[in-house]
Ligand binder design. Structure first.
Ligand code: CA
Length: 362
């Protein structure tokens, strides 16, 4: 082939055209967050919302960038729902149970007392009909949500006095969000919904007597061990906890299919990354709290847990009866939970049984 012919052939190579068209379509979005600057898991670190923004930028070759604002940097902690709905920002990171006042059914997409752990919750959302119900709930509001993180099993929380019977909860002032807050209210607890950053000062000053946040690593960072010493397990109230990526539906529909796929896959990657990060860090943090901070870590008495189960059942039934969509989500969640438990009963439960003989806590 002579030089002129070669140049003519290469000049008409059509492959460059689509990439030129793509390069002209870039998206610069904003994401707000219910959690304050520097929070591990909720803002920064592996699988966090900021990590999600970085993943999307990297996977899209910079065609999609998302500027992240922690709580208070653009709007207050719990105003993300309205900000996304109104289009002031395209995305918000939070937990769906913060929107309970607007949408009671949203609580089921964060966590349910005596509900499902990470495996069960993730199975329900991705492969058990959970995502379709979440879409059904949010679509009329012009919203879309994706799971973008999970703490795994949380700790019951921090108490200034030991819990020896169910009556010890009565008249406590406690920070506790979500459906578990309704259960505690039924026990006579004065329930407070405080953002993460406000828990330590409230507990230290005695504005509250008890609080739950997440687990050893994140709780230690807030300094909760300096305000209360009784640290109970297990997370009956939050057997896992889903971080919600909330998206403005119109903005979502404006994305080309490949960027939608990148957003979905980045959120899934964060769901796994954040959970495995928590699993990797909690044990050492708990050991440090017990050995160096004088924390008394223990399980709730069996009798207390059994009574909590009964009150939880009654509370959830009453919540579900309040509106038809909550009832629909409740029934679907419980049906999946009960089926998943059948598998857990022959898989994880016996496995935990054979490895639990050296558990440090009683
Ligand atoms: Ca929590």
């Amino acid at each position: 082939m002579d030089r002129r012919k070669f140049l003519a052939v290469t000049a008409v190579a059509p492959l460059a055209a689509p990439s030129i068209a793509r390069a002209q379509t870039s998206f610069a979005w904003k994401m707000t967050n219910a959690y304050g600057p520097g929070s591990p898991f909720y803002v920064e670190g592996p699988g966090s919302p900021k990590d999600f923004c970085d993943k999307v930028a990297a996977m899209s070759g910079g065609r999609m960038t998302i500027q992240h604002f922690a709580a208070g940097e653009l709007i207050p902690a719990l105003e993300g729902f309205d900000a996304v709905r109104g289009g002031a920002v395209e995305m918000n990171a939070a937990n769906a149970y913060f929107w309970a006042g607007k949408l009671p059914a949203a609580q089921y997409f964060t966590t349910v007392p005596f509900g499902m752990n990470f495996q069960g919750m993730t199975a329900w959302l991705y492969h058990g009909g959970g995502m379709a119900l979440w879409d059904e709930l949010y679509e009329p509001l012009g919203l879309k949500a994706l799971p973008m993180g999970n703490t795994g099993v949380q700790m019951t929380g921090w108490f200034k006095k030991p819990i020896e019977s169910i009556a010890d909860f009565k008249d406590l002032k406690m920070r506790i969000p979500g459906l578990a807050g309704k259960v505690y209210a039924a026990l006579g607890v004065d329930v407070k919904l405080l953002p993460g950053g406000e828990i330590f000062p409230a507990l230290e000053r005695g504005v509250i007597d008890a609080a739950e946040f997440v687990g050893p690593y994140q709780d230690r960072r807030l300094g909760l061990q300096k305000a209360a010493k009784y640290y109970y397990t297990t997370g009956w109230h939050e057997p896992s906890n889903v971080t919600e990526l909330l998206i403005n539906q119109k903005a979502w529909e404006s994305l080309p299919a490949d960027l939608q796929a990148i957003v979905k896959n980045a959120a899934q990657a964060c769901n796994l990354d954040s959970h495995s990060w928590c699993e990797a860090n909690n044990a050492a943090a708990l050991r440090d709290l017990v050995e160096n901070e004088g924390v008394i870590a223990q399980t709730l008495p069996d009798d207390v847990v059994n009574k909590l189960k009964g009150i939880t059942n009654d509370t959830l039934e009453a919540e579900a009866a309040k509106d038809p969509l909550t009832k629909k989500v409740h029934d679907a969640f419980m049906a999946f939970r009960d089926t998943h438990r059948e598998w857990a009963a022959v898989s994880e439960k016996p496995y935990h049984g054979i490895i639990s003989s050296k558990d440090g806590m009683s």
